[in-house]
Design a protein. Structure first.
Length: 291
């Protein structure tokens, strides 16, 4: 029996479905007593930090949850279920977190798009049983604008690269939490969930290849350029990095009007690789050569 802490702020059906697909039954928390009685507790937090803490306080979940964590019992936090473990968040600086792990939750201060949405890899910092059966190049699904900064590097399980290297999962004893969503991460995510639920897997640390150590998430400049080109096509704000201007609207002729008044051709869509029709080559729009 797996106990799931749903504080009512969002849809947790995907987490329940993932756990049930692994042959487990799910008991949803309705009182603080359910938390204390849990054999394994999963907390898939979603929404805003301040609102989450307010609801936990109103439902009188904070004290039993803190007691459960301090007893070093099996816990898996997902997304806000990771952030709640820290002292406070910049999203609601006047609201205290659980303070189970010393540190803060900070907003991304990077040049890339925020929130960070999509698939990304992991840099493994230490061994854990939740990594059993995983390969070094697994990708997991992220959707977040804030990331945790731990005062204790010893609890950092993985990091991920997105404009900076941020903490993407932690482990402190039997308490594990991830910024990514294993329930939305396909086969790798289900394997990670299964490892947590079984509690019998041997602690392992997937080996990382030389290419992965050389490039963030194993991605070479050529791969990063392809992603930059693709992002340029799909983004509603297209930037000409030669002039630094940002396209604000698309004309009926399929061309982009730039702030400098020049009309340029929009890139064409390809099922294999997105490339410009003419005039703009990868080295003109790609900023990834720093890697």
């Amino acid at each position: 029996m797996i106990t799931l802490l749903d504080y009512g702020a969002g849809n947790v059906r995907s987490v329940i479905n993932a756990i049930e697909s692994l042959g487990e039954t799910v008991n949803v928390v309705t009182s603080g007593g359910d938390i204390l009685a849990a054999e394994k507790l999963v907390f898939p937090g979603v929404g805003a930090f301040g609102n989450m803490m307010r609801i936990l306080r109103e439902k009188k979940y904070i004290e039993p949850l803190t007691t459960y964590l301090r007893a070093d019992r099996p816990f898996l936090g997902i997304c806000l279920g990771l952030q709640v473990l820290f002292d406070y968040s910049q999203e609601a600086p006047d609201v205290r977190g659980l303070g189970f792990i010393a540190g803060a939750v900070k907003r991304f201060a990077i040049d890339l798009s925020v929130p960070h949405i999509g698939w990304n890899g992991l840099n493994f910092k230490q061994s854990s049983r939740i990594f059993a059966g995983l390969q070094e190049n697994e990708k997991f699904y992220f959707v977040h604008s804030y990331h945790v900064v731990s005062d204790d590097p010893g609890v950092v399980l993985t990091t991920t690269d997105y404009g900076c290297e941020f903490v993407s999962s932690i482990q402190k004893g039997n308490v594990i939490a991830t910024q990514f969503h294993p329930e939305k991460s396909g086969r790798a995510g289900l394997r990670l969930l299964q490892n947590f639920l079984e509690s019998t897997a041997e602690a392992v640390r997937p080996a990382q290849s030389a290419a992965r150590r050389r490039w963030p998430n194993g991605s070479s400049p050529a791969w990063m350029c392809a992603q930059t080109i693709r992002a340029t096509w799909w983004s509603p704000r297209v930037t000409d990095t030669m002039s630094g201007k940002t396209g604000m609207s698309e004309t009926s002729a399929g061309r982009w009007n730039w702030r400098d008044g020049i009309t340029r051709k929009a890139p064409m869509r390809s099922p294999f690789l997105t490339l410009p029709v003419s005039g703009t080559f990868p080295w003109r729009i790609c900023r990834c050569w720093r890697y």
